[in-house]
Design a protein around this ligand. Structure first.
Ligand code: ADP
Ligand code: MG
Length: 593
C-alpha cells in the first residue's frame, strides 16, 4: 500500500500537467458554482501565480476543508450519476491535486454566511484555517506550482509558451460560457475584459476581433437526437495548426476521436491536407450517450452510439459551408474516378500563351469593384488581407475566396494558375465551371424556372434499358427543369427543348449522363426537390464535358463567377474546384517563418 501523500502526488500528475490545466480546473469549478463573473490573474506563465475569483455559490467552512480532500465532490453521489452529469466536474480530484503540488490559498463565503473562510495549504499540508471577511464567492490562488515536485517543474516550458496555453484554456471556457463575464490579467497588466450576457457570436467577436466572425458560417442543425451548432470557418481560413478549432460536447470544452474524424471528413477536399479550418463546434446529445469518464482531465470523451453523431456532425458542417446545398452524406459526394460517359469528349482548354501570363490584369471578384487594390507590401504583409473596397456588401462577397485574382497561366493543359491576395491558387476549370453553371441554373429554377430553348429539330435519343428506366422515373422533374423530353417507345425518347443554360450540349449527352448520375445518387436522390438538384448536377457535368474549349476570356469570366458563387470550393459533386496555397504556407515551406 502506498501512503496517502504518495498517492496524492501520483494522482496530481494525472490531473495537473501544467499551469493551464490548473486554470481549466479552477474555471470549470467556478462555472459549476454558478458564477456570473470570473476574474483570472496569472504571473510568469502561471508558474508563479494562477488565481481565479468568482461570484458563485461559495463554500462554508466545512465544505471548504472537504473540498481539498481527494475524492471529495458535491457533484455526484453514485457512479450512475455520471450517466446524466450536468456539471463539468465530478471526480473530486482537482483541488486536492492542485493543493498537493503548490502553495494554495482558498478564500470563500457561501450565500447567507456572515463570514468567509480562508484555508492555506502548502504541498498538501493545511497550514492555516481562519475566519475572514470577503464577498460571496470563491477565490483560489495557486502559487509556485510544482515547487515540491522538481521532476515536473523541469517539464514546464518558457513563460511565453505556458502563457499561450493559459490563454487557450481561458478562451476555451470563455467560448463555452459566453454568458459569464470574464477577465484575464497577465503579469500585473490591466485585465482584458469579456462582457457577460453575450451569445456565441458576440463572444467570438470579443475574443478574436470583428474580422473573424465575418469569415464564419453559422452551423445549426438537429437530427437523430444530436444538435449541432456553432460556426464553421470558410476553407480559405484554414491554418496549419488547430489553434482555432474549438469543440464543445454537451457544454464541455473537450474533444473526441469521432468528432476529429467528422471535422476532417467535412472539410476533406476543400482544404489542403495538414491544414485545419477555424471551427466553433457545439455538439449536444443525451448525456447518457456520452462517456465523460475516459480521462482524469476530461480532455476526451467517447460516444456510445457513433453513427448518428457522425452523420449529424458531418452533415451540419457541410451544410453550413454550402448554404444552398441540400443535406448530403459524404459518401454520396465521392465522384467515381474516370467515370466518363461514352461518346462525350473530354474537355480541352486552349493553352494560355506563357509570355503573356504576367501581363494579365488583376480581376476584381465582383463587377463594379476596383480591379486592383493597389501595390502591396512584401509577402509577409499579405497575411493582413487585402485593402478591401470600402463598399463591400452582401453574403457572397464575405465568403468569396478572393477579392481580386490574376490568371497567371495554365499547367498540364488543364489547371489554371491564379495569384490572389492570399497566395497561390490552382483551379480545376471543369469543376469550377460545373459549380458556376449549377448555381446559376438552380437560382433560375428556384425563382420560377430557367429559360427554355426550343430545338429546331427535335432530337431522338435511344437509351439502354436501365438508363431509360431511370429517365422515365425522372420525367416529371426533367420537364419541370425545362427539358422537353417525352417517351417515344422502345427506350427511345424525343427531346424538343432544353434549358437555355445547356443549349448546344445535345440532349443525348445530357440524358445519358443524367441517368448515370441518378444511378449513382441512388435512393438518396430521395424527395422531388433532391431529385431536381441531382438532375441539375448531372446536367451541369454533362454540359461541361461537352464543351470543347475555354478561351482566355472565358477563363477570366469563370474566375470572377466562381468568386461570387455561394459554395465556390467544390463542384456540385463535392470535388474541389481549387487548391489554395497561402502565403503563410509558402513562407513556411521556404523556411521564412
Ligand atoms: P469536482 O469539481 O470534480 O467536484 P474539485 O476538486 O474540482 O472536484 O472540487 C471539489 C469540490 O469543491 C467541488 O465539488 C465543489 O463542491 C467545491 N468547489 C470547488 N471550487 C469551487 C468554487 N469555485 N465555488 C464553489 N465550490 C467549489
Ligand atoms: Mg472541479
Amino acid at each position: 500500500m502506498l501512503p496517502p501523500h504518495v498517492v496524492n502526488k501520483i494522482a496530481a500528475g494525472e490531473v495537473v500537467e501544467r499551469p493551464a490545466s490548473v486554470l481549466k480546473e479552477l474555471l470549470e469549478n467556478s462555472i459549476d458554482a454558478g458564477a456570473g463573473r470570473v476574474n483570472v490573474t496569472v504571473a510568469e506563465g502561471g508558474r508563479r501565480l494562477v488565481s481565479v475569483a468568482d461570484d458563485g455559490c461559495g463554500m462554508g467552512r466545512d465544505d471548504a476543508l472537504l473540498a481539498i480532500e481527494p475524492h471529495a465532490t458535491s457533484k455526484i453521489r453514485d457512479v450512475d450519476d455520471i450517466e446524466h452529469i450536468g456539471t463539468l466536474g465530478f471526480r473530486g480530484e482537482a483541488l486536492a491535486a492542485v493543493a498537493s503540488v503548490s502553495r494554495f490559498r482558498l478564500v470563500s463565503r457561501a450565500e447567507g454566511d456572515a463570514a468567509g473562510v480562508e484555508v492555506v495549504v502548502s504541498g498538501g499540508r493545511v497550514q492555516d484555517v481562519r475566519e475572514t471577511g470577503c464577498p460571496r464567492g470563491t477565490l483560489i490562488e495557486v502559487r509556485d506550482l510544482f515547487f515540491n515536485v522538481p521532476a515536473r517543474r523541469k517539464f514546464l516550458r518558457s513563460h511565453a509558451t505556458e502563457l499561450g496555453r493559459l490563454r487557450s484554456a481561458y478562451i476555451e471556457q470563455a467560448l463555452a460560457h459566453p454568458g459569464v463575464a470574464m477577465s484575464l490579467a497577465v503579469d500585473g497588466k490591466d485585465p482584458d475584459v469579456l462582457p457577460g450576457g453575450a451569445d456565441l457570436a458576440e463572444r467570438i467577436r470579443a475574443v478574436f476581433g470583428p474580422d473573424m466572425i465575418q469569415r464564419l458560417k453559422p452551423i445549426e442543425s438537429e437530427s437523430g437526437g444530436v444538435r449541432v451548432a456553432g460556426f464553421a470557418g470558410i476553407p480559405t481560413l484554414a491554418r496549419s495548426d488547430r489553434s482555432e478549432q474549438f469543440v464543445f460536447i454537451n457544454g464541455r470544452a473537450t474533444s473526441a476521436p469521432l468528432i476529429a474524424h467528422c471535422i476532417r471528413e467535412a472539410y476533406r477536399g476543400i482544404i489542403a491536407p495538414d491544414t485545419y479550418a477555424s471551427l466553433f463546434l457545439f455538439v449536444e446529445t443525451d448525456p447518457a450517450e456520452v462517456d465523460v469518464n475516459v480521462h482524469p482531465t476530461k480532455r476526451e470523451v467517447r460516444f456510445r452510439q457513433t453513427s448518428a453523431v457522425r452523420d449529424s456532425v458531418i452533415e451540419a458542417i457541410r451544410r453550413a459551408l454550402s448554404a444552398s446545398a441540400p443535406p448530403r452524406t459524404a459518401t454520396a459526394e465521392q465522384p467515381k474516378a474516370g467515370a466518363v460517359a461514352p461518346g462525350l469528349p473530354e474537355l480541352a482548354i486552349t493553352n494560355l500563351p506563357q509570355s503573356r501570363a504576367f501581363r494579365y490584369p488583376r480581376l476584381a471578384a465582383f463587377p463594379g469593384d476596383p480591379p486592383y487594390a493597389g501595390p502591396r507590401a512584401g509577402a509577409a504583409g499579405h497575411e493582413e488581407g487585402p485593402a478591401a473596397p470600402a463598399d463591400v456588401s452582401g453574403d457572397a462577397k464575405r465568403h468569396s475566396p478572393w477579392s481580386w485574382c490574376r490568371v497567371l497561366g495554365q499547367v498540364g493543359g488543364l489547371y489554371v494558375v491564379l495569384e490572389t491576395e492570399d497566395g497561390l491558387v490552382l483551379m480545376d476549370p471543369h469543376a469550377a465551371h460545373e459549380r458556376v453553371l449549377f448555381e446559376t441554373f438552380m437560382k433560375a429554377v428556384d425563382s420560377g424556372g430557367a429559360d427554355v430553348q426550343r430545338l429546331l429539330i427535335p432530337e431522338t435519343v435511344a437509351l439502354q434499358p436501365g438508363d431509360a428506366e431511370r429517365v422515365r422515373k425522372s420525367m416529371a422533374e426533367l420537364n419541370r427543369l425545362g427539358f422537353g423530353v417525352s417517351e417515344f417507345g422502345e427506350n427511345t425518347f424525343i427531346a424538343d427543348a432544353l434549358p437555355a443554360a445547356f443549349a448546344g450540349v445535345g440532349a443525348n449527352a445530357i440524358l445519358v449522363e443524367t441517368a448515370r448520375q441518378l444511378e449513382q445518387a441512388g435512393p438518396r436522390a430521395g424527395p422531388s426537390s433532391g431529385r431536381e438538384e441531382a438532375i441539375a448536377r448531372a446536367a451541369c457535368k454533362a454540359a461541361v464535358r461537352a464543351r470543347d474549349r475555354l478561351s482566355l476570356d472565358e477563363i477570366e469570366r469563370l474566375v470572377v463567377d466562381l468568386a461570387a458563387a455561394e459554395m465556390p470550393y467544390t463542384c456540385p459533386h463535392g470535388r474541389p474546384t481549387m487548391v489554395l496555397m497561402g502565403f503563410r504556407e509558402l513562407n513556411r515551406k521556404f523556411g521564412r517563418e
